[in-house]
Design a protein around this ligand. Sequence first.
Ligand code: FAD
Length: 546
Amino acid sequence: MNGSSDAIVIGAGLAGLVAAAEVADAGKRVTILEQEPEANLGGQAWWSFGGLFLVDSPEQRRMGIRDSLDLARQDWAGTAGFDREEDLWPRRWAEAYLDFAAGEKRAWLRERGVRFFPVVGWAERGGYIATGHGNSVPRFHIVWGTGPALLEPFLRAVRTGVEQGRVTLAFRHRVDELVVEAGAVVGVRGTVLREDGAARGEPSSREPAGEFEFRAGAVIVASGGIGGNPDLVRQNWPERLGTPPRRMLTGVPAHVDGRMLGIAERTGARLINTDRMWHYVEGIRNHSPVWPAHGIRILPGPSSVWLDATGKRLPVPLFPGFDTLGTLEHILGTGHDHSWFVLTQRIIEKEFALSGSEQNPDLTGKSLRLLARRVLPGAPGPVEAFKEHGEDFVVAKDLDELIEGMRRLSPEAALDAGRVRGEIEARDRELANRFGKDAQLTAISGARRYRGDRLIRVASPHRILDPKAGPLIAVKLHILTRKTLGGIETDLSGRAIGPDGRPVPGLYAAGEASGFGGMHGYRSLEGTFLGGCLFTGRQAGRAAAG
Ligand SMILES: Cc1cc2nc3c(=O)[nH]c(=O)nc-3n(C[C@H](O)[C@H](O)[C@H](O)COP(=O)(O)OP(=O)(O)OC[C@H]3O[C@@H](n4cnc5c(N)ncnc54)[C@H](O)[C@@H]3O)c2cc1C
């Protein structure tokens, strides 16, 4: 199959769909090439929880949160930690993105029918000083209908474009090469892959069935990051985080293979900050895996006691949901790849959420009836399913039985039973007063001052060993790959930059393939990846449409 259009978009994930919708809206013709079957349309965003970073929104104000662009800038600077020469464009992207998140982002989405769950979540709470890492206030806005509902308007725009003859969608078309003529990218070549009935997220065959070449005035690489390719993750692993984990779970489908990044680099695009990644430390093995080593992330409330593989409590402020990368660095420093949450039934019921559209049928299905159960006793169905069927859960009537179960799950690590008991009993002793010195308990009290946390996210403080709060639960936590924060360097129009600092004519990048413009620096405030796709996809699409 061969053809030509005004623009080519590589990848039908959120960034690619947004970019293509912009090109089509401008009245231009665009071809979207996607290596996976149609069942995969939407890429990672379909699986996503649909959390979006917004600043000073009506949802925040209704929950009593006073946010501002200045506060968000302060938080972003402390989190990103820009410190490299190659942070020139990433800094500019961050500034522009903050304006977007505090400005037109919400209205632009609402015009397209996107709505938000009224309770704003508080991710990456930080726990350092005012200029350090973390969100000073809750900013995680969950799309009503999660990831699939965020995709909806862009899928609609692309489908309309197909009907009107402006958009061509070609599945099973894997780009292998960018075509360069007279120093400009003028098209792509690749392999037509054999038809495959793989369901969404499942790996599909790479058997060739033909070849193709497409030509266009602009080529937008929106092929995603490297999180589904453990070899590339290890190869790019940052020295500052120590040696890469021996064992990791994978938090993204296999199509997140990072292959296009090497192809773009060989064509003259510069890759920057490839050692910046965003992986989680609260991964659990999926009891019903879709892709290889499929892990799910627990989105934890702040009350679980976090122990390392030997039973030692993690240091301040590495409490659940406070500092993802700080915790990752600490865990790897212990010489083990796993850690433990120890909690109670009361905590799991209120504080465990699982990231992913399929793990939140109430929000994804927009079901008020199911949603009402979040405030009733009992854990949400998917959490309960993990408790029952998940390999990483231990449920016990007392601490001895719990420790025995933890040891059975990790015979290779020397879990010190005396230490576990000592940590839990000491923590519980601090609860005898309304004051005390345990910083995690202070943080929990602080969190409960926020109405949203008190309502659905943070259990009232209680002793872990209180039999009335039981049974006791331990969860073995693995490192889970997810996002890529570096990639193809781009300017604010999404134009790929070459080693000489100048745009590579005809070549653009968006979404995770560009590390979202690099705007996160080293770390994220969360909910910034989908938003990063919207913003970089929109910029690249508009610029490519001329
Ligand atoms: C479970 C889960 C939960 C998440 N929750 C959130 C959240 O709440 N908030 C948030 O901000 N972010 C979240 N994210 C992250 C977010 O979903 C992703 O960062 C984002 O969707 C990436 O989109 P993309 O378009 O850049 O890449 P992708 O979605 O990876 O799409 C890239 C597409 O390009 C195709 N492709 C790759 N190479 C080629 C090639 N050579 N030829 C043709 N096609 C190719 C791939 O098959 C794929 O379809 C979550 C992710 C997951 C997996």
